[in-house]
Design a protein. Structure first.
Length: 359
């Protein structure tokens, strides 16, 4: 796993800053137990508006608090060799396989963000993850992806993949401790799981989302040796940059699968080679920001036939080539949905219109 991309010469996080981190981890540790897992399974498919957090199930709120405190406490305690807290956290997590999975997945996602904000931006650093903890993280990750049928675990695994590919192909620095090579190993393992022991329907969307990230990693590897030239060839941004503003929307990108590209090429459509980027030119859908991505995917189920028709009409294909193929199942066979939970608007003028720069 990669060392955080902070300055290795920066001073370590001062010990006085460890106290509130350890206190929060200790206080939250036993607020979530193996007995809560059935309740979390039961609440998984509940849908809430993004402004309805006060009505979230109490067990979900406890899980969020646990995610924010316990894995972060583990990271810091491991960095400073404070084994007593490390052992307490691991002992509690090992009381249930799903709890141990949540610890690892929270570590690979939320804890990385905590380290960036609370350590790197403050001018400090942590020591690298210890070999013992790294081995444990890898073991649990691969054990759970090989066996779990819990949608909540697969959803969180998709967060790991999304953070891994977040800045690709323009930068290899994602928002997780996994390296790109480890990320490909992770994606390959998910692919093997789906091949030999397919996940249930409730998890399939998350598996597809994970597998779609391979495209971004491979695209980066194809251009990394001439990245500056690649970036220079991208179409220029023709608006004046305003202060970035996070929009209360999420984005879903429709990506073609290799199976569709092969079929479209056979029909005489204008198709790029499979090794080329399949992200440029893809359709992006803006949707209401919901607390759980699964709610967004569920809301799109009723529109897959229309989405498929829209995609086929944009690929320079004659309508008679795809008559009789319009179904939600065909959409899933030919396209995958990639979720992005943050949309940042950088090109809106004070009057709400795009601002063109002069030539």
């Amino acid at each position: 796993m990669k060392f955080h991309f902070g300055d290795e010469n920066a001073p370590l996080l001062p010990e006085e800053r460890l106290v509130p981190i350890y206190r929060a981890a200790s206080e939250k540790l036993h607020t979530l137990t193996g007995e809560d897992i059935p309740a979390l399974d039961a609440t998984y498919n509940l849908v809430f508006d993004d402004d309805d957090e006060e009505n979230f199930p109490e067990v979900d709120l406890r899980l969020q608090d646990w995610f924010s405190a316990v894995p972060w406490g583990l990271r810091v305690a491991d960095s400073f060799g404070h084994t007593a807290l490390v052992e307490r956290i691991l002992k509690h997590a090992r009381t249930h396989v799903a709890l141990e999975s949540f610890l690892v997945l929270g570590f690979l996602t939320f804890t990385f963000g905590d380290e960036y904000v609370e350590v790197k931006e403050a001018g400090y650093r942590l020591n690298p993850i210890s070999p013992t903890l790294e081995a444990m993280l890898q073991d649990v990750l691969y054990s759970r992806l090989a066996t779990t049928i819990r949608p909540r675990e697969w959803e969180t695994m998709s967060y790991v993949a999304s953070r891994l590919a977040m800045n690709l192909p323009f930068s290899p620095y994602g928002q997780t401790y996994l390296t790109l090579e480890e990320g490909i190993d992770f994606i390959n393992a998910v692919e093997r799981r789906q091949l030999f022991n397919p996940v249930p329907e409730s998890c399939r969307g998350w598996v597809q989302d994970i597998l779609s990230k391979r495209i971004r990693i491979e695209e980066y590897w194809n251009v990394k040796d001439h990245l500056e030239e690649y970036i220079a060839q991208q179409p220029p941004i023709r608006f004046r940059m305003q202060a970035p503003k996070v929009v209360n929307r999420s984005a879903v990108v429709i990506l073609p699968r290799p199976e569709f590209l092969a079929w479209a090429k056979a029909q005489g459509g204008a198709v790029e080679p499979p090794t080329a980027s399949m992200t440029r030119g893809s359709t992006i859908i803006l949707v209401n920001a919901l607390p759980y991505p699964r709610s967004i995917f569920a809301s799109l189920e009723a529109f897959k036939v229309q989405l498929l028709e829209q995609e086929l009409s944009q690929w320079d294909l004659k309508p008679e080539a795809w008559q009789g193929l319009l179904s939600a199942e065909q959409f899933d066979a030919w396209f995958t949905l990639e979720f992005h939970n943050v949309v940042v608007d950088t090109g809106v003028s004070p009057f709400g219109e795009a601002v063109d720069e002069p030539e």
